[in-house]
Design a protein around this ligand. Structure first.
Ligand code: UD1
Length: 419
């Protein structure tokens, strides 16, 4: 199993280039299931999750040509010949549930494994199921599988009980080929949903209101060929900004887009430092210890739960005390015990962590538990004194392109080792 060997503390200087957004790329690839014509996607990140989804789509009969050098992928759903998404594929990546809506809309019948629990909490899919049932699907849950049938989905008004990202995406994709007008209320507003909608519109879908909490979709009989460029990864952007805040230094973040960051960017700015938006990116400079910044995770445009562990690492070495409330997932503090082993002063009560900043952390052997927790641990290791080992970095490779190389490019002492 691969690990990172990180020697700290370090200062970061230079330039990094953001890759395409994982959480936009995954639903966009699933959109290829809705059409029997070519979908050309550019700015595709070379990530574990992207490769897993490509394998899954190939298994369903989607023809795929991918070139990670040019970051381009061409998908063609004309040969779609299976409607079964097995547990073996879903268990490694929860986003596989994004095949449910498109497959049902295109084929009229689908069997997709339930994702089950995962490290950061229960993560049910009841909202996906409820919405599709409202659209006329007959759904049964048996032996860990969702079986959904509908000769033709019908446009209806759906009011989600809570804000769900992949739930909104599944329903929006299904509604593209439904008969009539679908309204999705209490929809999620994440920039990745907007990006998916742009791709669907390029394919001929009729969608309005995306980016607001009411999305309207007028069903069409088929979607056609299109090209789409994936937006930059705002979570990768935030992670590198946190790394600079924690370590100090001066970095140009190429491809940075302020408009897709929401409150997350305001919180990162509150850490101190200097931020200058220029053509093509963002200059970030931290000369002093970061300030403590409290946050409560919330759906977009609120502070992203996918940035909580990284901001925790910044707070662990900040000048002050911060309160971090995790309101989206019930078990997303697994990085805390590892950071405590590095000397961080963090106390957790329920869904709130109180972080008292310290001047320095000490190196340790660390175990990554999920994607964003691993990013938080790598950041803590960069700033800690001595040699840390971060184990199970396959979690990190699911969602960050060559994080070790990008950090090394900024002068960090990070090595990928085996064993
Ligand atoms: C997506 C992101 C993930 C991010 C999360 C929250 C992708 C591929 N993944 O995950 O990186 O951390 O949004 O921003 O885009 N819920 C239900 N019932 C449902 C659906 C969700 O109770 O049917 C709950 C979940 O348990 C969670 C909350 O709603 O507590 C938000 O989950 P959701 O937005 O669905 O997360 P994902 O789409 O899985």
């Amino acid at each position: 199993m691969e690990k990172f060997k990180v020697s700290g503390p370090t200062r970061l200087t230079g330039e990094i280039h953001l890759d395409g957004a994982k959480n936009a790329c995954l639903p966009i690839f699933c959109a290829s299931l809705l059409s029997s014509e070519e979908l050309t996607v550019s700015n595709v990140p070379r990530l574990g999750d992207v490769q897993t989804l490509l394998a899954l789509l190939r298994n369903l009969g989607v023809e795929i040509e991918v070139d990670f050098e040019s970051k381009t992928c061409v998908l063609n759903g004309r040969g779609l010949n299976s409607n079964l998404v097995s547990y073996d594929l879903v268990k490694t990546m929860r986003a596989s549930i994004l095949t449910l809506g498109p497959l049902l809309a295109r084929l009229g019948e689908v069997r997709v494994s339930l994702p089950g629990g995962c490290a950061i909490g229960q993560r049910p899919v009841d909202q996906h199921i409820k919405g599709l049932e409202k659209m006329g699907a007959e759904i049964t849950l048996q032996e860990g599988y969702i079986t959904a049938k509908a000769n033709k989905l019908k446009g209806v008004r759906i009011v989600n009980d809570l804000v769900t990202v992949t739930g909104t995406e599944n329903l929006m994709m299904a509604a593209c080929l439904a008969e009539g007008h679908t309204v999705i209320e209490n929809a999620a507003r994440e920039p990745e949903i907007v990006d998916l909608a742009r791709c669907l519109i390029a394919m001929g879908a009729k969608i309005q209101g995306v980016g607001t909490d009411i999305i309207r979709v007028e069903g069409v009989s088929q979607l056609h060929a299109a090209s789409h460029q994936v937006i930059p990864d705002r979570i990768e952007a935030g992670t590198f900004i946190c790394a600079i805040a924690a370590c100090g230094g001066s970095v140009f973040v190429r491809n940075f887009e302020r408009e897709i960051m929401g409150l997350t960017f305001e919180k990162l700015r509150s850490c101190g430092g200097e931020f200058l938006e220029v053509n093509g990116g963002l200059k970030v400079n931290f000369a002093k210890r970061p300030k403590a910044v409290s946050c409560q995770t919330a759906p977009y445009p609120g502070f992203a739960t996918d940035m909580q562990a990284q901001l925790m690492a910044v707070n662990a070495v900040s000048d002050g005390v911060a309160l971090i409330d995790e309101s989206i997932f019930e078990n997303r503090f697994m990085h805390v015990s590892e950071m405590q082993r590095m000397g961080a002063d963090i106390k957790v009560k329920g869904r709130t962590a109180v972080v008292q900043g310290k001047k320095c952390l000490s190196a340790a052997k660390l175990m990554a538990t999920d994607l964003r927790a691993s990013a938080g641990l790598v950041l803590a290791a960069l700033v800690a004194d001595g040699e840390s080992i971060v184990d199970r970095i396959y979690h990190l490779d699911r969602g960050y392109v060559n994080m070790d190389e990008k950090l090394a490019q900024l002068g960090a002492d990070v090595l990928r080792i085996k064993g």
